[in-house]
Structures are given as structure tokens and as C-alpha cells.
Design a protein around this ligand. Sequence first.
Ligand SMILES: [Zn+2]
Ligand SMILES: [Zn+2]
Length: 397
Amino acid sequence: MGDSTASAGPPGRLLGLAVVVLTACSGTIDLSGQELDRLDGGGEPGVRGEAGAELPADAGGGVVADGAAGDEADSGPGHDAGIPLHDDAGPPPGDDASPPAGDDAGSPAGDDGPPPPPDSGAASSVIDNQYLGYPTWCRVTVHTHPAKTSGSTIANAYHELGYDLVFFTDHDYDTQTAPVSFPDMVVAPGEEVSTADGHSCALGITSFVQPDMSRQETIDVVAAQGGVLQVNHPSRTGVTSAELDGLTGLWGIEIKNEPQNAPSDVELWDSQISQRKRVWGTFSDDAHDTSDVGRGWLWVNTPTDCSTAAVLAGMKSGRFYDSEGPQLTIAVDGNTISVTSDTATKLEWFREDLTLIKTTDAASDSLTVSGSEVFVRIVATDAGGRVAFSMPLFITG
Ligand SMILES: [Zn+2]
Ligand SMILES: [Zn+2]
């Protein structure tokens, strides 16, 4: 069934399958134990990888190409015209064009599709698929410093790249009143809070969050405002899995603080999701200057538009993927997960404990789960080393 989703058709449902597009960029993860060389691999953000660049053997390469994404910082508007998979621009607000059934409730794949083929492996496993093929894709950054650091310059740079929503997350700074606004890009309030346990981005908040509280207290304050909290650049501040184990309600972990390559950040993330905790991994620019803009972002899928509320809801459900360039479409049918990328040349399929299930040297493939996995997640890499990371699709055996 992989083929059924491989098309370049419009985003959204295809043949009744829940479809999601993901993009990836450069990094490679070889998680088999030693872990990734991924983010380092050739791909420095910003470098756009040209096709043909060599990838480390395990790096996989995906190709993704392009488009808006890949062109990151120097490319023009990011509203990706021309990307075969999804169109980040999304329909105008309000266009809820028949979202696939079930929202994020995580219904087993393909609600409205045909029954699983008889050859699907493990009969009773259920893939909790958050990639439901909604019509709108929003290019989002969750960590940037536009308000306090350099006025509207950084925000303008995101706008020029075609971003749909930018969280302003200046250090311990009240961003409720943004210094700039755009007709076609949402500026959403956030804050990089200096908690007593390290930097954390509070996203979707409605009032200033005081610094110096513990990480847990900060999570609770932010949640009470309807927002979410992520741990920023954990390897830089010595965050341990034991500390994360003690947290309740943590939304995310920065797994790539561009252009830093810190495999241990992915290991920390894995330590949480391997326990079935819904903690999502994010790529961020941590932009303090315009030259930092457009290196790694989230593609958030929504049923409506790229408003703060719609994007935040998608983020809370893990209905997004991270990318430095490649885009992906993920579909689930029965016990099988299919992935198609526009430009990836390599797909890596991981389960818990950084275990690599298989590597595909192609832009699309599928995997039938055994039912014993805690989750399956996919890393796509393009020829330039840019990667895209799906979020885990949790599995109940
Ligand atoms: Zn920081
Ligand atoms: Zn920062």
C-alpha cells in the first residue's frame, strides 16, 4: 500500500488513508546503539544540500527536496510552491474541508479507508496514528528571539521564508504584545523561561511566566494558561533522563538546536518516548540573528488554518514533524505505516531504545508493525544530509 500514497497529489486524504506529509533534513541517525551521526552529517543548516552530496553510510539520504523548505534561509518565500507533497501554505483560514475522521483522538489508522489487507502482519496491534491527513500544513518555529534582540528584523526574515506561525520566545521577556504583525504570518506569544533547572520555551502562553521556578512548577504554570513547555538544548545544560523522568506534563524536548548536533538530545528524547510518554521532539533555530533563521522547523498539520489555537492543538497531539528540508507523507493502513518523501533518498525506521528496524534507500517505503514495538518513528534524509523526523506513532500490541 505504500504505493497508494506515493503520489504527488494534494495533501489530505488519499484513498481513504490518513496521510501526512513530513519533511526531513539532514541528519542521520543511526540509532543502532551508538547513535546518530545524524545531525552532523553534512548538513549544516543553511547549507543546502546539493544533490549528490555524499552521505555517511548510515546516514541515509533522503532526498527531499526542496522547496521551500530546503531552501531555507536563502531561498525565497517559503510557501512552497512546487513541492509535490504538501503545500505549506494551506488553505485560507476556515477552510476545513472535510477533515478526515477523528481528529487527534488517535483512532487506528485509516478510519474511512478500506479494511486492512489480509496480509497485514500482527493482527491485533493498533497504531495510534496522529497523522490524519488534514488539509493544512503550517510551517512553524518554536524558538526564536525577535522581540528583544533585534526588533522586527528576525520576524521579517521568517516572513520572507513563508513561515505561517512564529512563536516569539525571548529570554524572560513578555511577548504578549508583539512589536510587529503580518497579514499572512501569525506572531504567537512565547517565552524562553530561565527556570531553576535550565532554559525552557513556554509556547502559547497568555501572560508572562516568572523565571527561576523549578521546571515542574513552570510546566504547571504554563499548562494552566493553556500552553506547553519544552526543554531547550538539554545537552548544553546537563539535563539527564532521570530529571525528565521526574517531570509530569512536559510537552517537548529540543532534539536539534540548529545547527548544533547533539545526539545525546535525541537519546534523551528516546528515553522518554520509550516509556510511552507523549513528549515530542522539536527542531529549532534559536534565532538570535537573521542568519539563524530557517534552519529547522515544525510542519504542523491542522484541520483549519494556521491560527495559534489550531497550531497549538496540533502540537499538543504530536501532529507534526520536524524538518530541515525534506517533506514526508505518512499514511497508516491497518498495521502498516507508509512513508513517502519528496526528496529523501533514505528512510530509517526506528522503534524504542534507539533501535533501527530497517533502512530504505528510497523516497518511499512501508513497514508492517509486529505489535511488540512501543512506537515507530521515521527519519528521512536527503542527498544533502538534511533530515526530517516524524514523531513517534505509538503502538498497542
Ligand atoms: Zn537557551
Ligand atoms: Zn534561545
